[in-house]
Design a protein around this ligand. Sequence first.
Ligand SMILES: *Cc1c(COP(=O)(O)O)cnc(C)c1O
Length: 228
Amino acid sequence: MGVRENLGEIGRNIGKACERSGRKIGSVSLVVVSKNNAPERIMEAYDAGVRDFGENRVQELLGKVDVLPGDIRWHLIGHLQRNKVKYVVGKVVLIHSVDSLRLAEEISREAVKRGIVQDILIEVNVAGEESKYGVSAQGAFKLTEYALALPGLRVRGLMAIAPFVEDGEDNRRYFANLRQLSVDITSKNVDNTFRDNFNILSMGMTGDYEVAVEEGAVLLRIGTGVFG
Ligand SMILES: *Cc1c(COP(=O)(O)O)cnc(C)c1O
């Protein structure tokens, strides 16, 4: 199947998952993960109407920003090293993968220097996997609190990469946990601006996005399901 057909099917599946869980369809958005795909291929998704694309490596992201249309909203979804921060701040609408105080500080410093506000998510290692980045639930409280006090940053919510599983159902508890964590962080924080902004849950990939929708995902990151 082509990219357009894949997008159509994913859209229908999202719709059904919203219906099952009593959610409004407009409350879920798709970030198409374009890593490892050439610009021509990415343009097939663009021509089908996609404007939000995610990349996990800075180098690859920058190469694509330069050659693809300027109205694309780029998302950095992969691990970010502090020495690369200066290349992405202001170029991406959302950094999904903030996982340390020092990284948050560096992004803040760069955003202030450029006179902008950078939206970020805190990455949580929901299953405590050694192979994955991200903070613990406790760490997410601390990091959110800390980032809240930094200028040039807006903490928009939480992100998780669930384990690779055959059956997406196996990740339901991790998605539910991330959602609960976001509720807990919000209820502990009295700052109204923070509460208004802290409303994104980035979770769900090709193998488990329907379950993620049922558990409250706001942004889905889907690559293989779109490009094959
Ligand atoms: C590659 C990647 C995805 C997309 O994974 P698929 O299974 O291809 O949909 C999502 N999130 C992150 C962080 C990724 O690196």
